[in-house]
Design a protein around this ligand. Structure first.
Ligand SMILES: NC(=O)c1ccc[n+]([C@@H]2O[C@H](COP(=O)([O-])OP(=O)(O)OC[C@H]3O[C@@H](n4cnc5c(N)ncnc54)[C@H](OP(=O)(O)O)[C@@H]3O)[C@@H](O)[C@H]2O)c1
Length: 266
């Protein structure tokens, strides 16, 4: 596995094994340019991050071919999802995105109408694939039952400190890929002593251990950083392997921790 490796989604398309988060980036175009130069090929954004215009500008000026990057964006739970798919493309200056997600379930129900809008957007070529974010097992099952369409991805907060093996087994059974947001715990648990001990053993940083844990689990981390040294560090996770024992030690750190409040899928 290296930075150009991909996983195959349940529709047969490929997704990079690691990407760049863009929520709260301070200087979006500069960071995107730096990240592309370093070799990042997946970018995660959303209509509510404010980063789409800067990403669009950077991609346009980068000279990187459309087929060589993977763009993930989202519609909000109060949106007309089809209309938002169109306005996202305008902001991004793109003809299609690779993956379009429902950002979070609406306050009631599973968002069946929004899901229909996403299916239409995919059928009309506005996105290659469709998925969800912040969905529980029961809400995903409702969407599948209503449409016969299985989301390719559930993007959820996911780290050794906050995850669910029940969700992982369900995702494997349905061939849904888990995309891991806040994979670095928003830097809140990087100095955890058990994590630091493992990092020291491998001569790596805590952040690199958290990312590697994801890669070995088959989940797809999207760490965010504005800093060139962190962008570089977060890509240097392909030259070592965690032992089975250390993967288990990391799993033991689970306290259903959420840097944002609570894990909506537990
Ligand atoms: N679907 C959803 O509801 C949802 C929710 C939250 C996030 N997301 C997506 O997931 C992405 C990532 O999650 P996140 O931004 O919440 O958190 P994160 O990636 O876990 O953490 C980002 C924080 O870690 C710091 N950092 C990055 N690399 C580091 C390193 N190597 N060493 C030390 N600190 C480091 C960053 O600071 P610097 O910038 O200074 O490096 C920033 O403060 C988001 O940007 C967004 O695209 C999705």
């Amino acid at each position: 596995m290296d930075k150009d490796s991909t996983l195959t989604l349940n529709t047969g398309t490929n997704i990079p094994v690691l990407g760049l988060g863009t929520w709260q980036l301070e200087s979006t175009p500069d960071t995107i340019v730096k990240a592309l130069e370093l070799g990042y090929r997946m970018i995660d954004t959303s209509s509510d991050y404010g980063s789409q215009p800067g990403i669009g500008e950077a991609l346009k000026n980068s000279g990187v071919k459309r087929s060589e990057f993977y763009l993930v964006t989202k519609v909000e739970e109060t949106d007309d999802s089809y209309e938002r798919a169109i306005s996202n493309l305008k902001e991004l200056q793109l003809e299609y995105v690779d993956l379009l997600l429902i950002h979070r379930p609406p306050s009631e129900g599973s968002g069946k109408e929004m899901w229909k809008g996403l299916i239409q957007a995919r059928d009309d070529g506005l996105t290659k694939d469709i998925g969800v974010s912040n969905y529980s097992i029961s809400l995903i099952n409702e969407l599948i039952e209503s449409s016969g369409e299985i989301p390719v991805v559930n993007q959820i907060e996911w780290s050794p400190f906050g995850h669910s093996m029940e969700m992982l087994s369900f995702a494997k059974e349905k061939d849904i890929t888990i995309q891991a947001y806040s994979p670095l715990t928003r830097a809140k648990r990087l100095d955890n002593p058990s994590l630091s001990q493992i990092a020291e053993k491998y001569g790596k940083t805590s952040a690199q251990i958290l990312l590697r844990w994801n890669l070995q689990l088959g989940t797809v981390p999207i760490p965010k950083s504005d800093k060139i040294e962190h962008l570089r560090e977060n890509l240097k996770v392909f030259d070592f392997e965690l032992s089975e024992e250390d993967m288990n030690n990391l799993n033991q750190l689970n306290e259903h921790y959420s840097s944002l409040g609570s894990l909506p899928y537990v």
